[in-house]
Ligand binder design. Structure first.
Ligand SMILES: Cc1ncc(C[n+]2csc(CCOP(=O)(O)OP(=O)(O)O)c2C)c(N)n1
Ligand code: SF4
Length: 246
């Protein structure tokens, strides 16, 4: 029988620990497909965050290094500087990247490190029980904001893709979503471009992916996707903010 659909060669057979409806799995698959298509599997080193994707090394056949909380861009900097022939990517959640590791991402981007950063924005700290993240939407309820995020008290959510685009040394910054098949295709194009930039020695590339966390949002998987589409995409505009083709 002809095989018409299979898992990417860059991924293992391991079953993921992600909750039903979580989009980490979709985003992993896209990264795997891109590594296959660009023939980067043998030369790639990933840097994993804390958070639900901490077990990245279980799912990819590439080498993966585990970084302390939020320090993935700093670790990736060191790896890429001593091994410029390798492709180095960070895969980070919003608690990891935009809160605990805000300094690391800002400085790595502002140094124009030759790395690729995949930033999964699910508007809360998923692994540790759904507390408010720097990306939690105004009014959104979390375990630490049971009345909803109050912008006057907690501050406004960070729009990381726009912040990254504003730094001179960053060559590519985009925000994408996986809430519908067409958007998944665009996500793949953005992630592919971010890896191609590194392959071509173009510079620091950043892709923010809006993602569902139905478990901590208290939703079904379908409701989670609707929340991404109707609420998150409203606050976080999709698009290429720097280095796009248009
Ligand atoms: C210094 C420090 N801060 C925080 C934690 C706890 N911690 C581990 S995973 C995690 C959540 C990370 O959330 P996020 O990056 O949003 O990823 P997600 O789980 O949503 O994919 C936190 C806060 C810790 N162990 N040490
Ligand atoms: S807690 Fe949220 S981010 Fe973590 S695996 Fe479950 S749905 Fe995904």
């Amino acid at each position: 029988m002809a095989v018409v659909f299979k898992k990417p060669e860059s991924m293992t057979d391991k079953t993921t620990i992600y909750c039903p409806g979580c989009n980490h799995g979709t985003i992993h698959r896209i990264v795997g497909e891109v590594l296959d298509e660009l023939e980067l599997r043998e030369s790639t080193i990933g840097v994993a965050p804390v958070g639900c994707s901490v077990l990245l090394y279980e799912y990819f056949k590439t080498d993966i290094v585990e970084a302390p909380h939020g320090r993935a861009p700093a670790l990736a900097t060191g790896i890429k500087r001593v091994r410029p022939e390798n492709t180095v990517f960070c895969y980070q959640g919003d608690g990891d990247l935009a809160s605990i590791g805000m300094a690391e991402i800002m400085h790595a981007a502002n140094r124009g490190e030759m790395i690729t950063v995949i930033f999964v924005n699910n508007a809360n700290y998923g692994m540790t029980g759904g507390q408010m993240a720097p990306t939690t939407l105004p009014g959104q309820r979390t375990t630490t904001t049971p009345e909803g995020r109050d912008v006057g008290y907690h501050g406004a959510p960070f729009r990381m893709a726009e912040i990254m685009a504003g730094l001179d040394p960053v060559v590519y910054s985009a925000r994408v979503s996986v809430s519908a098949p067409g958007k998944i295709n665009k996500t793949k194009k953005a992630i592919k471009k971010a890896f191609e930039n590194q392959k071509n020695n173009t510079g620091f590339s950043f892709v923010e992916v809006l993602s569902s966390c139905p478990t901590n949002w208290g939703m079904t998987p379908l409701q989670g996707i609707e929340f991404v589409k109707n609420e998150m995409e409203g606050y976080y505009p999709l698009g290429e903010f720097k280095g796009g083709n248009k």
